[in-house]
Design a protein around this ligand. Structure first.
Ligand code: GLY
Length: 351
């Protein structure tokens, strides 16, 4: 098992290793003192893992209640959030009790936001069941729900008490969802981990535990440097600004990971055209995306992508902070005037 320490305002550990699902009870015992654990999960994950999670919690002496909602981003809204809060109140959850987020990013974001706000904050732990949640959403304390106006518009920075990442749970992940997580993994390599890129390029099967641990370690460093996302943490947005445009143009039919993959190609190509990135980065990135079954192109026009990208919240006044690769395994923030974005997208799309 690998353990990564996260030095946020509330420090905690991310444990990565097989068997952690069956240890959730004993580990939660060390995290909160109350008699109850409330497990939050969705309709995809609960049939697979809720019984094991409940059994472990009960074996450790917890009374267990569970809240299961329909899987999918469409559930990450105010209605489900309020239903969850009412559920916690009906079951007399107190500040001494805790929540367990058993699922992917939607479950983690929703549970974390409920934990941040119920009784002004109660303990929660993350048990990610997707690669995307394991390497990104479960770590770092960003919690949120979506509003009609856009994704993640209501939320809080609220750190979990621990993250238990059991890579064997990824065995049931559909290949499409595994590929989505691979886009975020490739992103970590491009941001600042050339050794991770070497692992991803190496022949043979991927050592998923090592890969997750490297991503989490890098995220931990960025969260430690900038927990509240005003500087270095924004490097995690590599591929996300233009990726958001692709996702939004498709009305979210293109999944997050695939949109990030396309976004990384567009921003890399544009950075090369502006002379900010060496040309050899692009074919290596494209080969990795091919290998992990990720797309590189989009049907949308520069104008369409520009309009949708501007609706994203990663904008401050008339400036926009782009993340650009500057070498293989190295990226930096690059501030541009908002009106220059169209030129970046046009260059990103040019063959
Ligand atoms: N998912 C990006 C971040 O946690 O900052």
């Amino acid at each position: 098992m690998t353990t990564v320490d996260i030095h946020a305002s509330q420090p905690y550990q991310v444990h990565i290793g097989p068997g952690l699902l069956d240890q959730v009870g004993e580990r939660a015992r060390a995290l909160w003192t109350g008699p109850t654990a409330a497990v939050v999960s969705d309709s995809n994950v609960a049939p697979l893992y809720l019984d094991r999670c409940t059994a472990s919690l009960q074996a450790a002496g917890f009374q267990v209640v569970s809240f299961v909602f329909p899987a999918g981003e469409a559930s990450k809204n105010g209605k489900t959030y309020l239903e969850l809060l009412e559920f916690l109140a009906e079951h007399h959850i107190t500040r001494a009790d805790g929540l367990v987020a058993l699922g992917g990013g939607v479950v983690g974001d929703l549970t974390g936001f409920a934990a941040a706000t119920f009784l002004r904050g109660i303990a929660f732990l993350q048990l990610p069941t997707t690669l995307l949640a394991a390497v990104d959403a479960s770590v770092g304390g960003k919690t949120a729900i979506d509003l009609q106006a856009g994704k993640n518009l209501a939320g809080a920075f609220y750190q979990p008490k621990a993250v238990l990442c059991d890579p064997t749970l990824l065995d049931t992940l559909p290949p499409e969802d595994f590929a989505d997580g691979c886009a975020e993994v490739i992103k970590y390599g491009l941001i600042g981990d050339p050794a991770l890129l070497d692992l991803l390029e190496a022949p043979g099967p991927l050592d998923v535990e090592t890969v997750i641990a490297r991503c989490v370690a890098q995220k931990g460093r960025l969260v430690e440097a900038d927990e509240f996302d005003t500087g270095a943490r924004q490097l995690l947005n590599l591929g996300h600004t233009l990726g958001h445009g692709v996702e939004a143009c498709s009305h979210y039919a293109v999944s997050h990971g695939k949109a990030v993959a396309i976004g990384m190609v567009l921003i890399t190509r544009a950075a090369i055209r502006y002379g900010l990135c060496p040309p050899e980065v692009l074919p290596r990135l494209q080969a990795l995306l091919d290998r992990y079954h990720l797309p590189q192109t989009t049907q949308y026009s520069a104008q369409e992508l520009y309009t949708k990208t501007l609706s994203d919240k990663k904008r401050s006044g008339d400036k926009l902070s782009l993340v650009i690769p500057t070498a293989w395994g190295e990226s930096r923030l690059h501030s541009i005037p908002v009106k220059a974005l169209l030129g970046w997208i046009e260059r990103g799309l040019q063959a």
